[in-house]
Write a protein that binds this ligand. Structure first.
Ligand code: GLC
Length: 503
């Protein structure tokens, strides 16, 4: 019995030892695997950091390339990826604009309608009122008829809700400035055809069509008696709105869903404009800088994949590494790779990580700005979006690092683009005697407005690049400048110009 029990005891001791060994081996293997996984994740991060690095020399090359492309785009049609579109705005607002005008702003996931009562030099903007409506996603890829009917119906509602305190002179037709924030080849201040869609819009029957014509027909279908007297890009509207408040505004930049810039060009400098020369000697140019591309941009595999999966592959490359529509999705792609190759979230990869745009830029921004010691916001977002129940602090830190690399690259490149414009204008050197001391950039867009780390980084990069000159460069945040700007341009191109405004 004893010896028998002894055998059993010995046997179970052997089994126990074997199990313990196996468990220990598993633990060791698991530790080894997780440490090699972590090493892999770090390697992915290092590679990203390297590829996205934007040392000052590189930024200078980007700025120079921007200047070169601006010249090329101005010199000949199709001479550059930069379209350098003529806006037909050769007279920026003077402050004399008077009367009731409307603006319609279409260019992102929302559109805005605005009415503004202008009171001339004395009264300025007497009052204004706006509504914002989100565009159902199916309308962004449907037919032009449907999209414009939707917009015109909202516009009609807006007009119908007008209070007594807005005053349209008797016998006058309502006039509208239409901000259409896509590349348009203009044929006059109030007409032009769509060159191509950007920012996730894709309505085939619209390309090449007369934009104002489409809106006018839709307004007629809604029984709305309104005339478009100015068709502008959001950059042009922002520049006009900026100039109304500050005489030194010479550049406008949009950093929102998309990105773009406009600036004031000396008309005499452009040979192809002879014969079409503006009265004032100046012309505002819509650069469409979102389509800028240069070998100095050093794209990563994530940028490449994002572009391949986009509605406009090969187009808008600058926009795809800078703007709000895309930044979050680049971050998602890096996290996804870490999940696949380095088991960042354990053995299974959350399926939503494979879906485009599951990390929107506002979410990226919220994670990036998380200052809580345990990065609570990062944890919550990962849980809400991907269903990842718990994440280590190490993992959360990794996510924040990725956001940081992608946001800083975008901000620094945008700053380099701005320096390129200042160079083209000859404003990247200290103002000489007799020259204006201030060079003001009117800036608008949700990315700039809400993503503080991005906008701070952009500003510090500008200083880094410009040195002392940066003291004369001022950025003003033109909140909804483009709406007011479009209304002002509608006023300065009113069909009733020269006709006395009744009071
Ligand atoms: C896209 C459009 C451009 C617009 C910009 C900012 O780049 O093509 O026209 O100005 O987005 O909204």
């Amino acid at each position: 019995m004893r010896s028998g029990m002894g055998k059993v005891a010995v046997g179970s001791a052997v089994v126990c030892a074997a199990t313990a060994c196996a468990v220990a081996a598993l633990v060791v293997r698991h530790r080894m695997r997780s440490s090699s996984n972590w090493a892999r994740a770090e390697a992915i991060l290092r590679e990203l950091e390297e590829k996205c690095s934007t040392p000052i020399d590189k930024l200078r090359q980007v700025a120079d390339a921007m200047t070169v492309e601006m010249h090329a785009g101005l010199a000949s049609e199709g001479g550059s990826k930069l379209k350098m579109l003529i806006s037909y705005v050769d007279n920026l607002p003077s402050g004399d604009e008077k009367g009731l005008f409307y603006a319609l702003d279409l260019g992102g996931t929302n559109f805005r309608v605005l009415r503004v009562q202008l009171g001339g030099k004395e009264g300025r903007v007497i009052k204004q009122e706006a509504v914002e409506v989100s565009i159902p996603p199916y309308l962004m890829v449907g037919s032009s008829h449907e999209l414009f009917d939707f917009i015109a119906a909202e516009l009609a509602k807006f007009v119908a809700s007008e209070g007594e305190d807005y005053h349209l002179s008797t016998g006058r037709q309502r006039e509208l400035g239409f901000t259409f924030s896509f590349p348009v080849r203009q044929t006059s201040i109030a007409s032009g055809s769509l060159i191509k869609w950007t920012k996730g819009f894709s309505i085939d029957d619209m390309v090449g069509e007369d934009v104002v014509g489409e809106l006018t027909k839709a307004m007629e279908r809604q029984g709305l008696d309104m005339r478009v007297t100015a068709l502008v890009n959001d950059t042009i509207g922002t520049l006009a709105g900026g100039r109304y408040y500050d005489n030194d505004v010479v550049i406008a930049v949009i950093l929102g869903t998309g990105t773009n810039a406009a600036y004031v060009e000396r008309a005499q400098a452009i040979p192809k404009w002879h014969g079409l020369l503006p009265k004032s000697g100046e012309m505002v140019i819509n650069m469409e800088w979102g389509n800028f591309r240069s070998s100095h941009l050093s794209l990563t595999e994530y940028d490449q994949a994002l572009d391949d999966d986009s509605l406009n592959p090969g187009e808008q490359i600058f926009e795809k590494i800078i703007s709000g529509m895309y930044l979050g999705d680049i971050v998602r792609r890096v996290i996804w790779k870490m999940a696949e190759e380095a088991a960042l979230f354990g053995e299974t990869v959350p399926p939503k990580l494979r879906e485009q745009f599951t990390i929107r830029t506002p979410v990226m921004s919220a994670m990036h700005h998380d200052t809580s010691p345990d990065l609570k916001v990062v944890g919550t977002k990962l849980k809400e979006i991907f269903g990842i129940s718990s994440t280590s602090l190490k993992t959360r830190r990794m996510v924040v690092k990725i956001c940081d690399i992608i946001a800083r690259r975008g901000a620094r490149l945008a700053a380099a683009g701005m320096v390129g414009i200042l160079k083209k204008q000859g404003r990247d050197t200290p103002p000489s005697a007799g020259e204006k001391q201030r060079r003001v950039v009117a800036m608008d867009g949700g990315l700039y407005e809400h993503y503080t780390i991005f906008s701070k980084c952009l500003e510090s990069t500008l200083s880094e690049m410009l040195g002392d000159v940066s003291e004369s460069v001022v950025i003003t945040h033109a909140n909804d400048g483009s709406g007011i700007g479009a209304a002002l341009l509608a006023a300065s191109h009113s069909q009733y110009l020269g006709v006395e405004e009744e009071s």
